[in-house]
Ligand binder design. Structure first.
Ligand code: SAM
Ligand code: SF4
Ligand code: SF4
Length: 374
């Protein structure tokens, strides 16, 4: 059963009473549902499901062709969590304080029947009856023809990755000659069907697309879409990451500010990974995700569930907890819930903090982003 308490959360140093959630437990009574807290007082609020490890792009920073070539062994279909299994895990997580679900991958739109999964997830409600925030991160290649179905299935938000407006640069980054124009038209379709405003993710890698920062800002200013610049990260073990290839968010902001003056905005909510800025002339908002230069481990409320149902408490983890095995072995919801609580309560992760402090980090082969979910 879900852990419940009527004591103040100050003992955990976590959320204030006003932020706490309440669950009706009987006529006229509401009982507070404690969020799951890890060893550093961070609540579990957000789960990302990788729904496929396959992708039609070979972005050089994520699935380089040399590694993810013709003979790369992707997960066989029967190994993937079914929609029912994903929904079951989501339901139990939501009952324990999770408010956001993101479907990612690999390329999530390649998973057959994705709108059906969205529709199943959109039935879920938080303990106090609110809708769950469901989002999809996509490379946009199939969004044009799926946007309407996804919207109809209950999707509220979509994040589209686009690293450059320059076709030569973009195609050298996706490495499959996919043109910019198709991603831009998919963004338009998503907006038209009501999935806007859309977040656009641009991973910035020095020497590759850093000259496109200002052009991207200029293009999306005034459109209502929110462009977010992501620092190139050392995820997985195959992308050949080096610190000198990282363009810091500070540099990105300085380059934009020179042309289009900006000023900082308040966080939308505590623990938001993207720091928000707005154009002083009112042309909208941008964000920076400084995973490398300004780590946000202290407020990281996110777990990831891999394509085959392993739960990872950090993007840089070397091992996960097999929930699929439990489910396929016939465990009860209570057992799954207890396992989830145990995993989260034991969590100590702060990889990015340790990276910058040059403290010894965990060794071992890290999990690839396409498998664990970016
Ligand atoms: N295929 C989808 C897409 O590209 O949007 C979803 C999966 S992708 C792994 C999720 C996000 O992770 C994308 O925005 C991608 O740009 C970002 N990403 C992938 N590898 C990265 C890296 N090494 N550093 C920073 N971001 C990365
Ligand atoms: Fe595919 Fe997304 Fe990775 Fe690019 S970033 S290779 S689109 S999973
Ligand atoms: Fe969260 Fe791990 Fe990233 Fe830190 S390094 S913000 S703990 S996923």
């Amino acid at each position: 059963m879900v852990t419940t308490t009527t004591t103040s959360s100050s003992a955990t140093g976590s959320r204030s009473e006003s932020e706490s959630e309440f669950r009706p437990t009987g006529p006229g009574r509401k009982e507070r549902v404690s969020p799951l807290l890890d060893t550093r007082g961070r609540a579990l609020r957000d789960i990302r499901f990788s729904v496929t490890d396959r992708c039609n792009f070979r972005c050089v920073y994520c699935m380089p062709k040399e590694i993810f070539g013709r003979d790369y062994a992707f997960m066989p279909r029967e190994e993937l969590l079914s929609f029912e299994e994903i929904t079951r895990l989501a339901r139990i997580s939501v009952a324990n304080g999770v408010e956001k679900l993101r479907l990612t991958g690999g390329e999530p739109l390649l998973r057959k029947g994705l709108p059906e999964l969205v529709s199943m997830l959109s039935e879920l409600r938080t303990p106090d009856g609110r809708e769950v925030d469901i989002a999809v991160t996509t490379n946009g290649s199939a969004l044009g023809h799926l946007a309407a179905d996804l919207k109809q299935a209950g999707l509220k938000r979509v994040t589209v990755s686009l690293d450059s407006l320059n076709d030569e640069v973009f195609q050298s980054m996706n490495d499959v000659r996919f043109p910019v124009s198709k991603v831009l038209s998919a963004i338009d379709v998503a907006q038209e069907v009501g999935l806007g405003p859309i977040k656009i993710n641009m991973v910035v890698k020095r020497g590759l697309n850093d000259n496109d920062i200002v052009a991207m800002a200029e293009h999306f200013r005034g459109t209502g879409h929110i462009l977010r610049f992501i620092e190139f990260m050392d995820v997985g073990s195959t992308n050949g990451w080096e610190l000198r290839q990282v363009v810091s968010s500070a540099e990105v902001l300085a380059r934009i500010n020179e042309v289009f003056p900006i000023e900082p905005l308040e966080e939308n909510y505590s623990g938001e990974t993207s720091r928000r800025w707005k154009y002083k002339d009112g042309a909208g908002e941008i964000g920076v995700i400084s995973s490398v230069t300004q780590s946000f481990c202290h407020s990281c409320t996110r777990a990831r569930i891999s394509v085959d149902g392993k739960l990872y408490t950090c993007l840089f983890a070397t091992g996960g907890h097999d929930l699929r095995e439990m489910m396929r072995g016939g465990c009860s919801d209570e057992e799954l819930e207890a396992k989830l609580a145990w995993i989260w309560n034991s969590r100590t992760d702060r990889y990015s903090e340790l990276r910058m402090a040059n403290t010894p980090r965990q060794t071992g082969k890290r999990i690839e982003m396409s498998y664990i979910g970016g």
